[in-house]
Design a protein around this ligand. Structure first.
Ligand code: MEV
Length: 323
């Protein structure tokens, strides 16, 4: 029986999370942690979905109703989007796995959506390209939280480095980190619902207008400046911009005591800059570290309570079929 496997990368938002929800730009890079989805046909409904990372399973009937773990509902939304594009709905079994941890602020739900859409459409003989994968994954993200900017689906589909503005086609940038520097990710291990943090930050922004409008403009400027710093290979400037971006996010209420501890610990261990990445409250932080200090930064972060910390490779390939 035919079986198709696809994968899509997770991401770190280098700068611009939350601000991107209201139209500022975000700079985002794919990372070398991937979600994989294997899809094979089943002879009859219901379809079955199993997620190793979530330890969850669900059955999906022909009307795309999910029985089982509600965290798998985004898959039904992706299928509904595919049906709207003319793909036939046929029963399947899907197994979700890979190295990208769920709930760490690293874009796992969008990566799973893109990888599932690619595997399913390839199984049906007409694999979607990145534009379609981004839209399919976005349909799933709308279930995860009500107001997704689309930045996570974009990077899962395209990979690389992207400059992203809501409602516009993502701009692919040919960037790399300054020579001799790495980005370290540390997962706080603290779960949170992206939608809750997004609503809280939006309320804070609304309550502090028009001053907060300037903060959103500043966040957009920081993104432009970070792109320039990367182009110039200026690690010190990039680090300072990350610290400043973190301050703006913390000011709008996206940080937490645990994330502050991690960010300060990373800086103390030699990182040139550190900030929360993704929605905040829990999830992960990123730090820009000289290669020679990366291990020290990682062990300091684990001592400070991170579930894990490791350097990641940035700018890897987007959603792809696996052999
Ligand atoms: C989540 O990875 C990024 C947020 O800006 C939400 C979004 O853009 O959809 C917090």
């Amino acid at each position: 029986m035919r079986r198709v496997r696809a994968s899509a990368p997770g991401k770190v938002i280098l700068l611009g999370e939350h601000f991107v929800v209201k139209g500022s730009r975000a700079l985002v890079a794919s990372i070398d942690l991937r979600a994989t989805v294997e899809v094979e046909p089943r002879s009859s409904w219901p379809s079955l979905i199993v997620s190793e990372g979530l330890g969850a399973s669900a059955a999906l009937d022909e009307g795309l109703r999910v029985r089982g773990d509600p965290r798998l509902e985004p898959i039904a939304a992706v299928l509904e989007w595919l049906a709207g594009q003319g793909y036939s709905l046929a029963p399947f079994k899907a197994r979700i796995g890979g190295s990208l941890p769920p709930g760490a602020g690293l874009g796992s739900s969008a990566a799973v959506g893109a990888a599932f859409a690619l595997a399913y459409t390839a199984l049906h003989g007409d694999p979607l390209g990145p534009e379609g994968l981004m839209e399919a994954s976005l349909a799933g993200e709308r279930v995860v939280h009500g107001n997704p900017s689309g930045v996570d689906p974009a990077i899962a589909a395209y990979g690389g480095f992207l400059l992203y503005r809501r409602g516009e086609a993502p701009r692919r940038l040919d960037l790399s980190l300054p020579e001799g520097y790495v980005v370290v990710v540390a997962d706080s291990g603290i779960p949170r619902r992206t939608g809750d943090v997004v609503s809280f930050v939006l309320e804070r922004a609304e309550a502090t207008r028009p001053a907060s409008d300037l903060v959103y403009r500043a966040a957009d400027e920081l993104v432009g400046a970070a792109v320039e710093a990367l182009r110039a290979g200026d690690a010190a400037r990039l680090g300072a911009l990350m610290d400043l971006a973190h301050g703006l996010l913390a000011g709008l209420g996206a940080s937490s005591e645990a994330l502050e501890r991690l960010v300060h610990r990373a800086r103390g261990a030699g990182a040139l800059g550190a900030k929360l990445t993704g929605a905040g409250w829990g999830g992960s932080i990123i730090a820009l570290a000289p290669e020679g200090l990366a291990l020290r930064v990682c062990s300091s972060l684990e001592e400070a309570g991170a579930r894990w910390a490791r350097p990641v490779k940035l700018g890897v390939e987007g959603a792809r079929l696996e052999a």
